[in-house]
Ligand binder design. Structure first.
Ligand SMILES: *Cc1c(COP(=O)(O)O)cnc(C)c1O
Length: 302
């Protein structure tokens, strides 16, 4: 297949994604106008930022098998598997944890398999070293995928980061502050680069660790040759780490769904919205501020 033959238009992405005003008195009483940037509506299977990050990589793969990495409930793996099904591309998922190979597969991995992704399970220690050339070569050979196009865990390579710049461009003149949840930080790295002067990006990391500042700087350096945009992170809302939650967060998310009819994805989006409300109540945004909350994904329904 030639790159030109891989016309992603056949997937009919909804771009630019809709920007919706929400009326929520908890923000309004502090003079904050809240908008939702509905990236969750871009595509039913390549949801949210996964579309923006994968599309340029699918073009670059130009019909080769796509191999990528993920954990037990990875949104990135499901999106890659769905892309493979829709475009007729072979996909291989390298999964962290050999115990996950036991049947029945969990619903997320079962969906990947049903979409035709070949699953290759490796132990956690090998997984940790997967970016080292020798380890990667062994993984590719054991998976029988030496010729595959490799997308890193979470999908955040330079093509993906540049792909997320359009998210910022779509928001030109629409918001003073743009908030989003961060895993690898690839989406933030691109978004911040795409925004206009006077706009700033606020990232809410969902992993514990405080390492993300440096990672985002590295991602921007690789993708753009240096720092871009005005961005910062607030590390207080990870609730203990990836996929951890608290009763308070659950109650907040369920209530937000009720109020606004928005299905709230729990691993990322819930923490971002919760962080945004907390910051608003702390007076972090001057009255008159317009905030756009990026809805980077939708809940997975098995
Ligand atoms: C993958 C994902 C993210 C994280 O994106 P990064 O580019 O890795 O920071 C955020 N929200 C949702 C819903 C996701 O699936």
């Amino acid at each position: 297949m030639t790159p030109e033959a891989l016309d992603l238009g056949i997937l009919r992405p909804r771009l630019p994604s809709p920007l919706q005003a929400v009326v929520d008195e908890r923000f309004a009483r502090h003079g904050i106008r809240l908008f939702l940037k509905r990236d969750d509506l871009i595509h039913p299977d390549l949801v949210g930022n996964k579309w923006r990050k994968l599309a340029p990589n699918l073009r670059a793969a130009a019909g080769r098998a796509v191999l990528t990495f993920g954990g037990a409930y990875s949104n990135h793996l499901r999106a890659t598997a769905a892309a493979g099904r829709l475009l007729g591309l072979p996909t291989i998922g390298v999964i962290r944890g050999q115990e996950l190979a036991e049947r029945p597969l969990n619903p997320s991995l079962a969906r990947c398999a049903a979409d035709g992704m070949r699953l290759h399970f490796i132990d956690r220690s090998t997984y940790r070293h997967k970016t080292e050339p020798a380890t990667l070569a062994t993984i590719l050979s054991e998976a029988g995928a030496e010729d595959a196009y490799v997308v890193p865990e979470g999908g955040s390579n330079s093509l993906a980061v540049r792909g997320c710049r359009t998210l910022g461009e779509e928001l030109h003149g629409q918001a003073d502050v743009v908030a989003l949840a961060c895993g690898t930080g690839g989406t933030l790295a691109g978004l911040a680069a795409g925004l206009g002067p006077g706009q700033r990006t606020l990232g809410i990391p969902v992993l514990k660790g405080g390492f993300l500042d440096a990672e985002i700087r590295t991602l921007q350096h690789r993708a753009f040759g240096g720092p871009r945009g005005d961005w910062s992170l607030d590390d207080r809302f990870h609730c203990g780490g990836y996929s951890r939650t608290t009763p308070e967060l659950d109650a907040f998310a369920a209530d937000f769904e009720q109020r606004h009819g928005l299905p709230v994805e729990r691993l990322y989006v819930a923490k971002m919205l919760y962080g945004l409300l907390t910051l608003t109540e702390e007076g972090a945004f001057p009255p008159g501020t317009t905030v756009a909350a990026v809805i980077t994904g939708a809940p997975f329904t098995p």
